[in-house]
Write a protein that binds this ligand. Structure first.
Ligand SMILES: [Zn+2]
Ligand SMILES: [Zn+2]
Length: 109
């Protein structure tokens, strides 16, 4: 099993519908491993990949010196610039093990 990380190009964009111009960043919580997807085009957080309609969590996108948001599972505080932190990368294996293979393009695994 490879330790390749899930990147934007691996995602199946079809189930994600926020702004119509989705730019999706897959990541996980470094504390509890909960996988999530962030649309950095419109600042939408898909914090429950079992139900993509749950995407209305408040995100701080104005104050870089404050946390961006917290993990819905363990309340871990993600820093404002979390997208630059490799700590939150999620491997294909962990992603699939979490049950989200259907959110990947067919040829990614
Ligand atoms: Zn969007
Ligand atoms: Zn967490």
């Amino acid at each position: 099993m490879s330790e390749k990380q899930v990147v934007e190009a691996d995602l199946n964009f079809d189930p994600f519908n926020c702004c119509g111009n989705e730019a999706l960043y897959p990541f996980k919580c470094s504390q509890c491993g909960w996988p999530m997807v962030f649309c950095y085009e419109c600042d939408t957080l898909y914090n429950n990949l079992h139900d993509l309609s749950q995407n209305d969590q408040e995100i701080n996108h104005f104050k870089p010196d404050h946390p961006g948001f917290s993990c819905p599972k363990c309340n871990y505080k993600f820093e404002y610039y979390f997208m630059q932190n490799p700590l939150y990368w999620v491997s294909i294996k962990d992603w699939v093990d979490a049950g989200f293979e259907h959110l990947l393009r067919k040829n990614s695994t």
